[in-house]
Design a protein around this ligand. Structure first.
Ligand code: GDP
Length: 139
């Protein structure tokens, strides 16, 4: 059965550009309930740990530098079929390929600086949510 929770981050360039409020509004108006929300900044070490699954990919170093480059918003979201529906709402990794009306189409700068993170499985959503939030920060 598909899970009801997923995890997202609004990435540094989207926060710096002032898009966070519009992105949060978009996810709420698309039926996602906020379970947990935090404005924070990853240290370089924390970003490396968070993205450890991508360690072998050629862009790992750039990704870690970028994600530690400024503050982000982290959130756990709830909706039926949350992970898949949120991946649809954010759109393709590269905004050039993202569908009209998606968050990345509207706000992403490039394939690397693509405005938002969305978990790619229910299992990763649970792990990523637990990376940022204790149970008493989830409502
Ligand atoms: P996602 O699941 O759609 O976020 O995409 P991936 O799992 O393939 O990649 C994870 C993240 O790495 C992306 O969201 C981008 O921020 C970044 N990324 C992907 N491809 C590239 C690339 O070619 N170069 C760089 N610098 N970053 C990339």
């Amino acid at each position: 059965m598909a899970g009801t929770r997923t995890f997202t981050m609004i990435k540094p360039e989207a926060v710096a550009a002032g898009h966070a409020g519009k992105i949060i509004d978009m996810l709420i108006s698309n039926g996602f309930r906020i379970v947990a929300l935090k404005y924070t900044r990853l240290s370089h070490k924390e970003a490396g740990t968070f993205y450890e699954v991508h360690k072998e990919r050629p862009f790992y170093g750039e990704l870690v530098d970028y994600m530690a480059s400024g503050p982000i918003y982290a959130a756990i979201l709830e909706k039926e079929n949350a992970m898949e529906d949120f991946r649809k709402l954010i759109g393709a990794t590269d905004p050039a390929n993202a569908a009209e009306g998606t968050i990345r189409k509207n706000f992403a700068e490039s394939k690397a600086k693509n405005a938002v993170h969305g978990s790619d499985s229910d299992e990763n959503a649970a792990l990523e949510g637990a990376f940022f939030f204790s149970s008493r920060e989830q409502f």
